[in-house]
Ligand binder design. Sequence first.
Ligand code: 13P
Length: 249
Amino acid sequence: MRQSLVVGNWKMNGSYEANRSLINGIKQNIASVKNSEMAVCPPFVYLSQMKRLLKDTNIGWGAQNVSQQEPGAFTGEIAIGMLVDFDCKYVIVGHSERRSLYGESDELIAEKFATVQAAGLIPILCIGELLEEREAGNTEAVVKRQLDAVLNSQGVASLEKSVIAYEPVWAIGTGKTATPQQAQDVHAFIRGQISALDAKVAEKVQILYGGSVKGSNAKELFAMPDIDGGLIGGASLKADDFLAIGQAG
Ligand code: 13P
């Protein structure tokens, strides 16, 4: 049985005060979450606040991005060692907003994935197709290409200490969730691709679903055999919604 994992991707949201009240709200009722591991990924500048607020809890934290470079002259970038300093457990790599708005390529994302793993942190590799790609019948080809960039450069064993998040781009922030069957089909395809190389790794790797997950639809999504939890945007900014999603795991 794979452990259910629910990760909040706060994106560029939050403030010192809002985070404090959100985290307090989550901590207050975390005992109601029985079967999911929970983690939050705030903007970089709030990682020290997370370390302080979450250090004695079983809620993890992580970052939304990282540089693939060693420390040096890279204005505005964050090196992996800095995330280690703040005890991050997870780092999201290849979110569709990084791919589409900041031009991150499959190759760059594979480098970031390797950077995170080399430091002993867990990359959450995001993959997923655009609406046009789905409508053209290319969903599997797109997620295969995105996955292969990591498989070909890092090898299948690298996935053992990673998390994959399938996030169909048309479902992100749109309120339009993939149906449980649509999501399951792609999750099964992803696991099948990995299984063709190493069945044990495929059995072990957690594949999260992301895209308009809410308290009201999480249970039926998470009930699918290849969906091992969620990567949550909007609903992770409200303690009750985030906890309800955790309870669905
Ligand atoms: P929403 O849950 O707001 O659709 O965002 C999903 C997402 O992009 C998480 O990384």
